[in-house]
Design a protein. Sequence first.
Length: 393
Amino acid sequence: MKNEEIIEQYNSAVIGSYGRLDLALESGSGEQGSSADGKTYIDFGSGIGTNSLGYADREWADAVSEQAHKVQHVSNYYYNSTAGAFAVRLTAMTGTDKLFFGNSGAEANECAIKIARKRSFDKYGDPNRTTIITLVNSFHGRTVTTLSATGQEHFHNYFFPFTPGFKYVEANNIEALREAIDGSVCAIMFEFIQGEGGVNVLEQSFVDEIFTLAKQYDLATVSDEVQTGVGRTAKLLAAEHFGVKPDIVTLAKGLGGGLPIGVCLTRGEYADVLTPGTHGSTFGGNPVVCAGGLVVLKRLSDPAFMDELQRKAAYFRQSLEALPRVRSVSGLGLMLGAELEGAAAADVLKAALDKGLLVLTAKTKLRCLPPLTITYEQIDAGMAILKEVLESI
């Protein structure tokens, strides 16, 4: 089928809840995707940070295929060695104790919210000690509860009533954070870098205050690393940049290398809050997904890979900063947002697409989340396209 035929077929049967671009990606290799019409695209978006090893990585694809030939699903009535191996490796790598398997970032965050609230109730017996502080411009998911946790007003529409029990504080505003804490608060939930909110990085002093206040008032610290985790910031977790260890950490996106997964990692007393019957997920811990995830973890465990990732991230940022009309660049590692001067990010995205480059936006910024495996040659080629677009738009 041709590109236009695929789009027409898709739109005839799929609810139009996305503003899609006129591109049908049908195959890919490494850092390049290919349309149904055979045109290739350098990918600076990696499926919004999900294709962490690029398209169809050979080792990853072989592991997924091998597992699919063994068993594709195991009910959570039973155990599975692939999921167990993945859990042991990930908790060891992150310095956490136990995890819960889900299928997405939203599921991981739902689990984190439930753990924070149940731990508070178990310890204090107070059904009113349930409020979770989140940050303005945060994004935590599309379920009714994670939309409620999201600190962006335009998401709080249509789907009334929203789940109560959330307060929103301006990021990096220490005084506002202090004032928000009262006897109803049980947790503080945050992203170290607000991806959908504009690639905004938290200040070290603000992060430090979160943990100081959490200790003082016995609050759970919940870090949403759905987008920032899994090597995206050139470290396994963004928390490493800030020298802190949250009680609860959520991961998804790049963790499965392109297959759906979400995990909620826990430390200390939070590891045993959920008991049989208090939470579940039918497809959580899927062995095929975990087989792919083990390949991702293997790469991220390689010191040479991580050292090269940091060098590539620095090179990518320097190249982005050198482009015309780029006023500033925010973010860490390969999670970067470019504030443009005299050009709309949405217009640049469309013009770049026409020339064979896939990029993203985050509010007014041009956003880049390339595969962790991207080559210097592909960085140069993509930047050349961006330079051409920014000079002509």
